[in-house]
Design a protein around this ligand. Structure first.
Ligand SMILES: Cc1cc2nc3c(=O)[nH]c(=O)nc-3n(C[C@H](O)[C@H](O)[C@H](O)COP(=O)(O)OP(=O)(O)OC[C@H]3O[C@@H](n4cnc5c(N)ncnc54)[C@H](O)[C@@H]3O)c2cc1C
Length: 414
């Protein structure tokens, strides 16, 4: 039996294939086709939604690992490589990903499949960094995808084919100086405030107490281009901040105090400083809102929760990103504020996520595909004007709907 990272999604596929290379992927797709079975590709199962669930064939892509080449500003990497391994290999070449999501265990293809993002007003998601892919389509044929079709692949939900290799833009490896400090929520979320003023920024908000922690970061010299990673510097900075951390966070509500990560200032390569390497297992939902609605949305979320006597115990994480070109990316065509909610294991997350969904959808929010949500085809059609273009690519790449599944079909239609 397969379960996702949080344990809430389970499936009993009729067969699980674990191809070692692209030829193995093509063979698996043809085998499934000859038996009339459907296939769902899966990475490390970090999605909370049932995207990878199937009772036919699950195609586990985790053995498709390794960097193929780092050439100039681009890297070609096999699709099942984890972000952890990619961060490490790029650093050895003096390069880095422009965007650093919270988790390092995600596969490159899985992350792109759902439009995985970090937080920076001008830094697009991992999907936005894609310059080309190789994929095995529904007929078992290998395709190299570039040009306009890429805007379908950027957030493909595993519905267009099995990615085997991905080419991504990279940036020079640099040190990021990050800072953490309590602040006033109204000021922190304002347009032009901390979220928009830095290369990287996020806010953690404890809705019931109205307290907030702001975190932000900017690159600092020396430029690391090809220097080894300065672990010593990271450690020293972290140690130096310990006392400040104590002073700063002791004034905060207990829930928020537990989320404090650095207190004062920490310096290090982004891929070492930013990811949360010991995430607490929980269920999650995240919504992509038009940036300008953020303040209103958070106020209304607090009011709606209070009116229903529902306590938002876990802090809300607020991040930002620019408009995306991926046709099904939740940040498509508009600067975005991301609002993420967590529900601890053992608690039924449905009431909280339903409430948040109602409030955040009302301001124009679109759900993160990897999070819990209740959207279906009607909502997707309304929110994504380029859905027809996506479907046209899907019709060419997967005419027989080899990659369909109950959840994908409920979103896109069969
Ligand atoms: C602790 C944690 C932290 C997270 N942090 C962030 C964050 O900071 N930002 C953010 O945006 N999201 C975040 N997420 C969500 C995460 O990025 C997505 O769930 C991502 O899709 C997970 O990658 P995966 O390899 O586990 O893919 P899976 O969950 O296994 O699959 C996701 C989708 O990709 C498809 N897929 C997988 N492999 C392939 C392939 N080879 N070819 C084609 N399609 C494929 C699947 O069919 C599915 O539709 C986080 C999740 C967790 C659990």
């Amino acid at each position: 039996m397969w379960t996702n990272w949080s344990g809430a999604q389970q499936s009993r596929p009729r067969a699980t294939d674990r191809p070692l290379d692209e030829a193995g992927v093509a063979a698996a797709v043809r085998r499934a086709a000859s038996r009339g079975l459907r296939i769902r590709p899966v990475g490390t199962g970090h999605s909370w939604s049932p995207l990878a669930v199937t009772d036919d064939v699950q195609l586990d892509c985790r053995a498709l690992t390794g960097v193929v080449a780092v050439v100039g500003e681009r890297v070609r990497v096999r699709a099942g490589a984890t972000l952890e391994s990619l961060h490490g290999e790029l650093a050895e070449h003096g390069r880095a990903l422009a965007v650093v999501p919270d988790a390092v265990e995600l596969t490159v293809a899985g992350a792109i499949g759902t439009g995985t993002h970090g937080s920076g007003a001008t830094t697009g998601s991992l999907s936005a960094q894609v310059t080309g892919v190789r994929l095995v389509d529904g007929t078992g044929t290998v395709r190299r995808v570039e040009g306009p079709d890429l805007d379908a692949v950027r957030t493909g939900l595993g519905a267009l084919g099995v990615l085997t290799e991905v080419e991504l833009r990279t940036v020079p490896l640099r040190l990021l100086q990050v800072h953490e400090e309590p602040g006033e929520p109204v000021e922190l979320v304002a347009t032009g405030g901390v979220l928009d003023a830095h290369a990287w920024a996020e806010i953690v908000l404890h809705v019931p107490s109205g307290e907030a922690l702001a975190r932000w970061g900017d690159p600092v010299e020396p430029d690391l281009e090809s220097a080894p990673v300065r672990r010593d510097l990271v450690r020293a900075a972290a140690a130096g901040s310990a006392e400040a951390l104590g002073r700063v966070v002791s004034r905060l509500a207990p829930t928020l105090r537990r989320t404090a990560r650095w207190g004062g200032t920490v310096v290090g390569p982004a891929h070492r400083v930013l990811p949360d390497r010991r995430p607490v297992r929980a269920e999650a939902a995240e919504w992509a809102l038009p940036r300008e609605t953020l303040g209103t949305a958070l106020r209304e979320l607090g009011a709606a929760a209070a009116a229903r006597r529902m306590e938002l115990r876990s802090p809300v994480l607020v991040r930002v990103g620019p408009a995306e070109t991926g046709w099904l990316h939740p940040a498509w065509n508009r600067p975005t504020a991301w609002v993420a909610l967590r529900s601890p294991r053992g608690v039924d997350p449905a009431p909280l996520f339903a409430l948040a969904g109602t409030v955040l959808e009302a301001v124009g929010g679109r759900p993160h595909w990897a999070g819990h949500h209740r959207w279906g085809r009607t909502e997707v059609e309304r929110a994504y004007p380029r859905l027809a273009d996506f479907q046209a690519v899907r019709n060419r790449f997967d005419p027989d709907r080899r990659f369909s599944g109950a959840h994908v079909d409920s979103l896109l239609g069969a």
